[in-house]
Design a protein around this ligand. Structure first.
Ligand code: NAD
Length: 494
């Protein structure tokens, strides 16, 4: 059985920790690796190595850092299918979804290759007579990335390519549920020529995370995961003097107007609600039908949900839903569906009892559609994070916007309509940081911020895009005056 190594000061090793945690293939239920649960001692070694490496890494010309990043991008392409298969094995998503996970991540590394332009500062001559003022951006130091399980490649890559390109050193703590992809991604980064100590990898859970948050040598923390943990990380990290960006969970609404292109809306919602088995922070987990839209849309989405084949994603491209991440998570999702039934909802499609004969130990769940969801119900308030679509029926767009405004989360929101005026009204007024118009999963690409609001994000500067350059650097302002007379005067020799 594979034991997951840590990386400190350029060497991979398996630490001697008593406690380990299993990594599963959700499609078979098998344990495929064990991950060490590191504590403060390992974290201290990693921070010490990262601090030492920072001294020369931040002085390395940005263009030299870019050359390493470019070699890394080439290696990622060469190992693309190997990495995608690894994602399928430890996460359970389909190979197409795994390729998307990796492709979006590689795009961040490609974006980071343009850092020479993005790091350029500002200058104003003659702020007073003969005095010039300029701003440069310098890296912050040792940065840390703490990741969730649902995007084993993309989420770590939201963080480290930009941090490293900006001249920081980086410590990655992948999700203990999916550590294998992160390890392979960093083996390739090392192969691309990263100097010793610039990158470290540690594993673990709360104890490891707390040690990272408390360590005085850590300057910045990037976190992605559930909202209660994001809030905790932000509070604890900032109280220890670190800058923190912490992206949390979500509850994303997709409004279907009576004039929508229903075929496109059903296609978009099928992917948004059930893709990656609903384990996406941008999952379209609630369809809000307006007026007569429900009569056409609801039977069609139910039919589409029923048609999704559940099965081992590592064996067959026909399988559209693999296992969810763990049996505990499956039970939680089943419990939420039951709570909706108990509170009076109609379970139009019930995926709770789906079995795959060949793999009775797999963590399977079929797609479910719950109609008649209302504010105040548990399934309305909580993030489900499974292949479950809630349906809410509203009389008009105002009611839909009002309802979305009351939800604590503020990640994504979408609308399906053919009316430009309605689309504009929606995008302008809806309380969410990422908005889709006739797009079911409006996840911004590498060069735009991943802009969650409210209970979906804690901090000021988001992941991705120019905001990440701001997050991974700090401004230094020079005010300069140069005298042209007296000693050292090279212009007036006599
Ligand atoms: P999680 O919060 O359980 O875990 C995330 C990370 O935090 C892991 O590395 C874990 O080891 C660590 N952790 C867990 N509990 C902790 C604690 N008490 N103290 C300190 N560290 C702790 O999240 P998950 O289940 O791995 O991932 C799913 C969640 O991530 C969902 O809520 C999803 O919406 C969210 N997510 C958000 C975004 C976004 O951009 N907003 C993107 C992807 C995933």
């Amino acid at each position: 059985m594979k034991s997951c190594p840590i990386l400190i000061n350029g060497s991979w090793s398996v630490p001697d920790t008593a406690e380990t945690s299993p990594v599963h293939n959700p499609s078979t239920g098998e344990v495929i690796a064990r991950v060490p649960m590191c504590g403060a001692d390992v974290v201290d070694e990693a921070v010490t190595a990262a601090t030492a490496a920072f001294e020369s890494w931040w002085q390395t010309p940005p263009v030299e850092r870019v050359r390493i990043m470019m070699r890394y991008c080439i290696l990622l392409e060469e190992h693309f299918e190997e990495l995608a298969s690894l994602i399928v094995t430890e996460h359970g998503k389909t190979i197409t979804e795994a390729r998307g996970d990796l492709r979006r991540g590689i795009e961040v590394a490609e974006y980071a290759c343009g850092i020479t332009d993005m790091l350029k500062g500002e200058v104003l001559e003659n702020v007073a007579r003969g005095i010039d003022c300029s701003v440069v951006r310098q890296p912050v130091g040792v940065c840390v990335g703490i990741c969730p399980y649902n995007f084993p490649a993309l989420v770590p890559m939201w963080m480290y390519p930009m941090a490293i390109a900006c001249g920081n050193t980086f410590i990655l703590k992948p999700s203990e549920k999916v550590p294998l992809t992160g390890i392979r991604l960093i083996e390739l980064f090392e192969e691309a020529g990263l100097p010793k100590g610039v990158f470290s990898v540690v594993h673990g859970g709360k104890e490891c995370v707390d040690a990272l948050l408390e360590h005085p040598g850590v300057a910045a923390v990037s976190f992605v995961g559930s909202s209660p943990v994001a809030e905790y990380i932000h509070r604890k990290g900032t109280s220890h003097g670190k800058r923190v960006q912490a992206a949390g969970g979500a509850k994303n609404f997709v409004v279907v107007m009576p004039d929508a292109d229903f075929e496109k809306a059903v296609e978009g919602l099928t992917d948004a609600a059930f893709g990656c088995s609903g384990q996406r922070c941008m999952a379209g987990s609630t369809a809000v039908t307006v007026g007569s839209a429900g009569e056409r849309f609801v039977p069609a989405i139910a039919k589409s949900a029923e048609s999704l084949k559940v099965g081992p994603t590592h064996e067959s491209a026909e399988s559209k839903l693999g296992g969810v991440i763990s049996p505990q998570h499956r039970d939680r999702v089943v419990g939420l569906i039951q709570s909706a039934v108990d509170e009076g909802c109609d379970l139009l499609v019930d995926g709770r009892h789906t079995k795959v004969e060949k793999y009775p130990q797999g963590f399977y769940l079929g797609a479910s559609v719950v109609d008649g969801v209302k504010q105040g119900m548990r399934i309305f308030e909580e993030e489900v994070f499974g292949p479950v679509l809630n349906v809410m029926r509203m009389d008009d767009l105002d009611s839909a916007l009002e309802m979305a405004g009351k939800v604590a989360f503020g990640n994504g929101a979408c609308i399906y309509t053919k009316n430009g005026g309605i689309a504009r009204e929606f995008r302008h007024r809806v309380k969410a940081g990422m908005v889709g118009i006739n797009v079911g999963v409006p996840a911004p690409l590498a060069y735009f911020p991943f802009a969650g609001w409210d209970y979906s994000f804690f901090g000021d500067l988001h992941l991705q895009g120019r905001e990440s350059v701001m997050f991974f650097t700090r401004a230094k302002v020079y005010t300069e005056r140069w005298f042209t007379e007296g000693e050292g005067d090279i212009w007036h020799k006599d």
